[in-house]
Design a binder for this molecule. Structure first.
Ligand SMILES: C=C(O[C@H]1C=CC=C(C(=O)O)[C@@H]1O)C(=O)O
Length: 462
């Protein structure tokens, strides 16, 4: 892949595309002017740009990556319900290919930690400038929101910077690690949860998470980190979202998640239950044994079953047809395996991406069963704010034919970079029969993707 930059000369097509688009713009819809650009590494392009709302997205198994900077419009609020009306208007004004980046806190009701404040609760952003490439061809697009002055787009085009060469330097090693909860508190949390699960009460499953916070001598480069994570975690969604930064470096949320919350292509919706876990092993024989153990585990199937049941119940009122895979299969990742069941349906008339998002999030893969009781238990037991961890992250918008389209992942296997601090988050489903030590180890293995690219394997997996 070439790292040729969008030099001032290469901006001429975009300037012309913008001038052409402005001539026919009615000012009431979103303007998108797009022109070919030299192919570059999308993260390198993004790293070089200055401005707020830098974001990156590559769908699972997809060649195309999109990087964006700035905002032509931001729709945000405290809940998904609160943004429904303005979001609907903005989505209705989008042309083909245009997307809004989407993020939401795991639990909008939970009290937010200061570290997550820059990200807001629910946020949809129409990027000012977007770069997309599949590694062979590339383009740059600029947007204007309804009613905006054309100069906002012209200035953004002139402010574009040449791509940065991908960083090759080693990532720094942390000098300190702090776990919230620590092992003793994890034991106490699990005892409480297992007591509630085995009582006659209605709680059947709760997903409990941990945070491991690493301190470094120097600032962590989120772009270098994500670049290495992408290489280490094929078959995952990769996203980076920056927020804040007026008076200090912006915070960056990163995820390398295997789990899709949903995908929308016109009227077709796809989703999946992903729950039940085993690590992979180095030898084929051990790897096969662990796979068979997962597939045959009554406890993991139960954990998985709650997610399947909830997805089916949540989508039934929104769809005219809904099929699932039947039996669960194995989702095989670079270092781990999950039980997986795919769902595919056709949405009823009038149902859109936000309805699907509201119905599905949070599934019992990250919350529990029944959802409200599980959220209360998470709020009460976890000694940190999940923020965007396990929340929806992705995009909603239009495909190349102008149909409604969306892809939203579940922001697990994620981290928050704040200057010289990196916080890693992962959780595990707890049901009757869960073992606290095994669940601690499962989470340690899940944060291992990040830990490995940081050169921390021994410390993180001991
Ligand atoms: C909640 C997480 O994983 C979920 C997804 C797959 C398997 C899971 C499990 O087996 O516990 C979790 O439900 C996480 O990685 O933070």
């Amino acid at each position: 892949m070439s790292n040729t930059a969008p030099t001032p000369l290469a901006l001429s097509p975009l300037r012309r595309a913008l001038a052409d688009a402005l001539r026919s713009w009615d000012g009431r819809s979103v303007l998108r002017a797009e022109a070919p650009a030299p192919p570059a590494d999308a993260l390198g392009w993004l790293e070089a740009q200055a401005g707020p709302h830098r974001a990156y997205w590559r769908g699972r198994g997809e060649a195309e990556a999109r990087a964006s900077v700035g905002a032509a419009a931001v729709v945000e609020g405290l809940t998904l319900e609160a943004v429904a009306a303005p979001l609907g208007r903005l989505l209705g004004a989008l042309p083909a290919h245009a997307r809004l980046t989407a993020t939401a806190r795991f639990d909008a009701r939970a009290e937010g930690g200061a570290e997550w404040a820059p990200f807001g609760a629910v946020r949809f952003v129409l990027p000012r400038v977007e770069y997309r490439t599949d590694g062979r061809a590339a383009s740059v697009a600029v947007h204007l929101a309804p009613g905006e002055a054309p100069d906002a787009a012209r200035a953004a085009v002139e402010a574009l910077r040449p791509s940065a060469a991908p960083a090759t330097a080693e990532l720094p090693l942390p000098f300190m690690r702090r776990d919230d909860p620590d092992r003793a508190d994890w034991g106490r949390m699990l005892r409480w949860a297992l007591g509630a699960l085995s009582s006659a009460g209605p709680l059947q499953k709760v997903v409990l998470a941990r945070r491991a916070r690493f301190s470094f001598e120097e600032a962590v480069d989120p772009f270098a980190l994500l670049r290495r994570l992408e290489a280490a975690t094929p078959r995952c969604f990769h996203a980076l979202v920056e927020a804040g930064g007026a008076d200090r470096a912006p915070a960056a949320f990163l995820t390398a998640t295997p789990e899709r919350l949903f995908r929308l292509d016109g009227r077709t919706v796809e989703t999946e239950a992903v729950a039940g876990t085993r690590p992979r092993a180095a030898s084929d024989a051990d790897d096969d044994r662990l796979r068979d153990e997962l597939m045959g585990s009554e406890k993991d199937r139960r954990e998985h079953g709650y997610v399947r049941e909830r997805i089916a119940a949540a989508l039934a009122p929104l769809t005219v047809s809904l099929d699932d895979d039947g039996d669960a299969s194995a989702m095989t990742l670079a270092r781990g395996r999950h039980l997986y069941t795919g769902f595919r349906g056709t949405l009823a008339d009038g149902v859109g991406a936000l309805d699907v998002l509201r119905a599905l999030h949070p599934t019992p893969a990250v919350g529990g069963t029944p959802t409200p009781l599980a959220l209360d238990a998470i709020d009460r037991l976890e000694p940190f704010d999940r923020g965007l961890y396990a929340g929806p992250v992705g995009w909603v918008g239009r495909d190349g034919a102008g149909r409604e389209a969306a892809e939203v992942a579940v922001g697990i296997r994620s981290g928050l970079v704040e200057g010289r601090t990196l916080s890693l988050y992962s959780g595990a489903g707890i049901v009757v029969g869960s073992d606290p030590a095994a669940e601690w180890a499962e989470i340690e293995h899940k944060i291992g993707d990040f830990a490995r690219v940081l050169g921390l394997t021994d410390r993180a997996e001991s």
